[in-house]
Design a protein around this ligand. Structure first.
Ligand code: NAD
Ligand code: MG
Length: 302
């Protein structure tokens, strides 16, 4: 998706209609869903993100980098001059391949590292492979996430509870722990949390709980690592149109109204999140630590 007028994130424009207010048709994909099968299409910045050298020479690992928010972050990082390693599930290979091609076109290196973040061994091997492939590591974006809506707690299976926590918070601990020995002073860790951390939807109890945990983890670890010169921050998206949503992240019948209730009146496109990650990754945010940057179309947040 492009926004139709060839603009990029520096073009002066009205945020209300930078992108159309979408009304996605009812659709269903099996988890984790593919970006390539989304209606309408998603803007990851392929034609709309302009880099200005803010991450020249940096080396980044992005989990969930094949699609949605992680894909937009990976493209932005590459356009800013970073080499990027992508973690994703093996069944997401087509999406990962598309993002890898976009990155290669910028002249930056891309390393594709499929695997399952529920698996503790993959979490540490992923970091070792990223370091080997990139020749080091100085940006870690913990972004992978699982969201499956369940209306009643009685119907939340123990398996789903376990998988949500393993994907959304255990992997953040495990990947970060494995990365620490490689991260030089000046490195940045950025965790994707959610508005759900403060405003839990009644049908996302397991998911929202992990997002509150991510906020807390970010503030605690931020203090622990500050003396070492490693900054930890979080980004809290509001409603963004990504494969997470039509692969049971929302009840199907709610999709046509997705994102319309925020003050801006529309869902966000993933590329609109990328500048927040670039800011937190870059040395320009040297005094910003333990912060959660809300990018949510105007919903008040603590
Ligand atoms: P997405 O489906 O594009 O990305 C999620 C990614 O997580 C998948 O692409 C997949 O690669 C990865 N993943 C899931 N389970 C995994 C596993 N077991 N092993 C390895 N990788 C796994 O959707 P997205 O919306 O871009 O999600 C990215 C992050 O943004 C998630 O943490 C999500 O909670 C968060 N978020 C999204 C929204 C939104 O509205 N889309 C809002 C707030 C927060
Ligand atoms: Mg994906």
């Amino acid at each position: 998706m492009t926004n139709g007028n060839n603009s990029d994130q520096y073009t002066f424009q009205n945020p209300v209609d930078r992108y159309p207010s979408i009304a996605p048709p009812v659709q269903d994909q099996s988890e984790p869903g593919l970006d390539k099968d989304m209606t309408p299409h998603v803007d990851h910045g392929e034609d709309t993100y302009r880099g200005t050298g803010r991450l020249e020479g940096r080396k980044a690992l992005v989990t969930g980098g094949d699609s949605g928010i992680g894909a937009a972050v990976a493209i932005a990082f590459a356009r800013e001059g970073a080499d990027v390693a992508l973690s994703y599930l093996p069944e997401e290979e087509p999406d990962a391949q598309h993002i890898a091609e976009v990155i290669e076109k910028t002249g930056r290196k891309v390393v594709k590292l499929p695997g399952d973040l529920k698996d503790a061994e993959y979490c540490s091997q992923l970091v070792e492979d990223a370091v080997a492939g990139l020749g080091g590591l100085d940006i870690l974006v913990n972004n992978a996430g699982k969201q499956v809506a369940v209306d009643n707690l009685e119907d939340l299976s123990d398996e789903q509870l376990d998988h949500t926590f393993k994907t959304n918070i255990y992997s953040f601990f495990r990947v970060t722990k494995a990365a620490l020995k490689h991260l030089p002073a000046g490195s940045s860790i950025i965790n994707t949390t959610s508005i759900q951390a403060y405003e839990p939807s009644p049908n996302l109890l397991d998911y929202a709980s992990t997002k509150a945990a991510i906020n807390n983890f970010t503030k605690g670890l931020g203090q622990q690592l500050a003396p070492k010169g490693i900054r930890v921050n979080a980004v809290a998206p509001g409603p963004f149109w990504t494969p997470l949503q039509p692969s049971d992240g929302q009840n199907k019948e709610d999709l046509p109204e997705f994102g319309q209730s925020v003050p801006l009146g529309r869902a966000g496109q993933p590329t609109e999140l990328a500048p927040a990650y670039v800011f937190l990754a870059s040395p320009e945010s040297s005094y910003v630590i333990g912060e959660t940057l809300n990018v949510n179309g105007g919903t008040p947040s603590p």
